[in-house]
Design a protein around this ligand. Structure first.
Ligand SMILES: Cc1cc2nc3c(=O)[nH]c(=O)nc-3n(C[C@H](O)[C@H](O)[C@H](O)COP(=O)(O)OP(=O)(O)OC[C@H]3O[C@@H](n4cnc5c(N)ncnc54)[C@H](O)[C@@H]3O)c2cc1C
Length: 505
C-alpha cells in the first residue's frame, strides 16, 4: 500500500473488494461521463490499471465546478476565470493523492496563515488552531469574545455533544429528518457566537440552513473540525486551476493512453442486455460509443437528464434514488478588478457573516500569479466575492448591490474604488442535502454491472465533503468497476470515521 498522505490519515476498509490483479486480464474500455474532479479521479485510476479510458466532457474546459477557462480583459490581458475560489484542506487525503500524481510535492498549493471570519461587529480567527480538535474547541471557546461564562452555562450541552459523537448510522438516524437551522437553534448559542462560529460551516456547502439535513451539517463539522487533526487552516492554489490541476491531469491521462473529449455531451446510456453481454452504448449528439464500463460523473442535473433518457436501467428503487436528487439554491461568484489596492494585510481569503448574502472575500493578487502580475502592473486589486444559498429568484442587480455593500462595510478602503472590469456568475448546480435525503441518496455502486456513479452528491461510507467527496467518489467508482474484473482497488483514506465521544456500538 502507498504511504499514508498524512500521519493522521486512516485507511478506509474496503471489505467488499477482492481484486488482486494489477490490470484486467482482457482488454477493457471505459467511458467516463463528466470531466470534473470526480470523473478525472475515476479516469486516472482506471487508466493506471490499463483500462482504455475516454472522458466525455460537455464543456470546452475540464474541472466542472472547480474548472477554469481563458478570458480576456479589455486591456488585452488574458486570464483564466474560475468557477470561484476553492480552499484545499489538509485532510482532503484522496484529492491530494490524486493531485500528487501531477505535482508530487503539491508545490502549487500554498498555506494560508489564517482563516478569519469577518463581521461588522468583530472578527474571529482560526489561526493557531493546528492542535488536537478537542483542544481547538476549548481554545476557540475560551478566546472568542462572543461566548462568556454565563453564555456557556446556557449552551445545550447534550445537543452540542452530537458534534463530538458523530457516528454515521446513529447520527443520520437521529438527525437526518431535522434541519441544520433547527439543530443550530437548539445549541442555544448567543446570536453573535452562532453568527461568527457556526454560520460559515452551515453555509459552506451551499445549502440554506432551513433546508439542509442536520445530520449532514454534523458530518461536515466532524470532517472539517472535530475529527480533523490536520488543522482548519487550508492551502490555496498559487495559479489558476486550469494550469495547476486540469491541464496536468489531462496530460497525465494522455500519457496513460486515455482520450479526453471536451465539448462532447453524453445524452443517454443503452444497457448491455440490448447490445450484447458486458457492453454499454453511450449516445452523444452524433455518435453511439460502445464500451465495457461507464462512470457517470456529472453534476445532479446531468445525471438526472442522462438516466431519464437511458434505456435498460430498469431498477425502480435506483431510478427513484436518482429522481430524488436535486440541486440546492443558486450561488453567485463576482470577480472585480479594482483601480486601487485593498488595505495592506487583508487576508487572502476571509469568511464573512452579518453582511447580507456575502459569504466570503478573496484577494486574488495574494493568491494567484496572474492576478498578482495584473495588480503589480496596474496598482489595482482583484477581489472575488461569493454568496451561497441565495433565495429563489435572486436577481443579478440586487445581488451585486448587496455584495458590494458588504465589501464596503468590511473593507472600507474599497468604497472609493472604481471597478475597471468584472465577471459575474449566478449558477445553481450544487447538490442539495435536504432533511430526510440520506436514505435515498445513491451510492457509487449501482444495480448494473459495469456502471458506477461518482460526484460530490454521492453517499460514501466515510465522512467527507465537497472536492474531497468528489475525488473519493471517483476513486471508489473506479475501484468498484475494477473489482468486477478482479483488479485491486485504489487505497482510500479518511479522518476517523467516528467522533471521539461516539457511543459504543
Ligand atoms: C463557488 C464555489 C466554490 C467552492 N469552493 C469549494 C471549496 O473551497 N472547497 C471545496 O472542497 N469545494 C468547493 N466547492 C465545491 C467543489 O467545486 C465541488 O464539490 C467539486 O468540484 C465537484 O466535483 P464533481 O466532479 O463532483 O462535479 P462537477 O465539478 O460539477 O463535474 C461534473 C462535470 O460533468 C460535466 N457534465 C455534465 N453533464 C454532462 C454530460 N451530459 N456529458 C458530459 N459531461 C457532462 C460538467 O460539465 C462537469 O464538468 C465550491 C464550488 C463552487 C461552485
Amino acid at each position: 500500500m502507498s504511504p499514508p498522505p498524512s500521519r493522521h490519515a486512516r485507511p478506509v476498509a474496503l471489505p467488499a473488494f477482492n481484486g488482486r490483479l494489477e490490470r484486467p486480464s482482457v482488454p477493457t474500455s471505459a467511458i467516463v461521463i463528466g470531466g470534473g474532479l470526480a470523473g478525472l479521479a475515476a479516469a486516472v485510476v482506471l487508466a493506471e490499471r490499463g483500462v482504455r479510458v475516454t472522458v466525455l466532457e460537455r464543456e470546452t474546459f475540464l474541472g466542472g465546478r472547480a474548472g477554469a477557462w481563458t478570458d480576456r480583459l479589455k486591456d488585452g490581458t488574458t486570464f483564466d476565470m474560475e468557477r470561484g475560489f476553492h480552499g484545499f484542506f489538509r485532510q482532503y487525503y484522496n484529492l491530494r493523492q490524486l493531485l500528487r500524481r501531477v505535482d508530487p510535492e503539491l508545490g502549487f498549493l500554498k498555506p494560508t496563515t489564517d482563516y478569519p471570519i469577518l463581521t461588522p461587529t468583530g472578527n474571529e480567527s482560526f489561526a493557531g488552531l493546528t492542535h488536537a480538535p478537542l483542544f481547538n474547541v476549548a481554545k476557540l471557546t475560551w478566546r472568542t469574545e462572543t461566548l462568556g461564562i454565563r453564555d456557556l452555562m446556557k449552551v445545550n450541552v447534550p445537543a452540542a455533544m452530537a458534534m463530538l459523537r458523530f457516528d454515521r448510522p446513529q447520527t443520520y438516524a437521529e438527525f437526518d429528518q431535522g434541519t441544520a437551522g433547527a439543530y443550530l437553534d437548539s445549541l442555544n448559542f448567543p446570536a453573535l457566537a452562532r453568527q461568527r462560529l457556526l454560520h460559515v460551516f452551515a453555509h459552506s456547502c451551499f445549502n440554506p440552513q432551513a433546508d439542509m439535513s442536520a445530520a449532514e451539517l454534523l458530518q461536515m463539522m466532524h470532517f472539517y473540525f472535530t475529527a480533523n487533526y490536520d488543522g482548519l487552516v487550508f492551502d490555496v492554489a498559487d495559479r489558476p486551476f486550469s494550469r495547476g490541476i486540469f491541464q496536468p491531469l489531462a496530460e497525465l491521462l494522455g500519457r496513460l493512453g486515455a482520450t479526453v473529449r471536451k465539448g462532447t455531451s453524453a445524452r443517454a446510456l443503452l444497457r448491455q442486455s440490448d447490445v450484447g453481454d458486458g457492453q454499454w452504448v453511450v449516445e452523444t449528439d452524433g455518435e453511439a460509443l460502445t464500451t465495457d464500463l461507464v462512470v457517470l460523473a456529472t453534476e445532479v442535473p446531468g445525471i438526472k437528464t442522462i438516466v431519464g433518457a437511458s434505456r435498460g436501467l430498469d431498477d425502480a428503487d435506483w431510478r427513484q434514488r436518482i429522481h430524488s436528487l436535486r440541486v440546492t439554491n443558486a450561488f453567485a461568484v463576482w470577480r472585480l478588478w479594482l483601480d486601487r489596492p485593498v488595505a495592506a494585510g487583508r487576508a487572502a481569503f476571509a469568511g464573512t457573516a452579518g453582511v447580507g448574502p456575502l459569504d466570503n472575500i478573496s484577494v486574488y493578487e495574494s493568491l494567484e500569479d496572474e492576478s498578482r502580475a495584473w495588480a503589480a502592473r496596474t496598482g489595482g486589486s482583484v477581489v472575488e466575492l461569493h454568496a451561497y444559498a441565495l433565495p429563489a429568484g435572486a436577481d443579478e442587480t440586487a445581488v451585486k448591490k448587496q455584495l458590494l455593500a458588504g465589501l464596503h462595510t468590511l473593507y472600507p478602503e474599497t468604497a472609493a474604488a472604481g471597478i475597471i472590469e468584472d465577471r459575474f456568475l449566478l449558477r445553481q448546480d450544487c447538490p442539495a442535502f435536504a432533511p430526510g435525503s440520506y436514505l435515498l441518496r445513491p451510492e457509487v455502486r449501482t444495480p448494473f454491472r459495469g456502471l458506477s456513479l461518482a460526484g460530490d452528491f454521492v453517499q460514501l461510507p466515510f465522512p467527507t465533503a465537497l472536492m474531497e467527496r468528489a475525488a473519493s467518489a471517483g476513486m471508489l467508482a473506479a475501484s468498484t468497476l475494477l473489482d468486477g474484473l478482479g483488479v485491486r482497488p485504489e487505497p482510500l483514506w479518511s479522518v476517523a470515521v467516528r467522533g471521539p465521544f461516539a457511543r459504543s456500538s
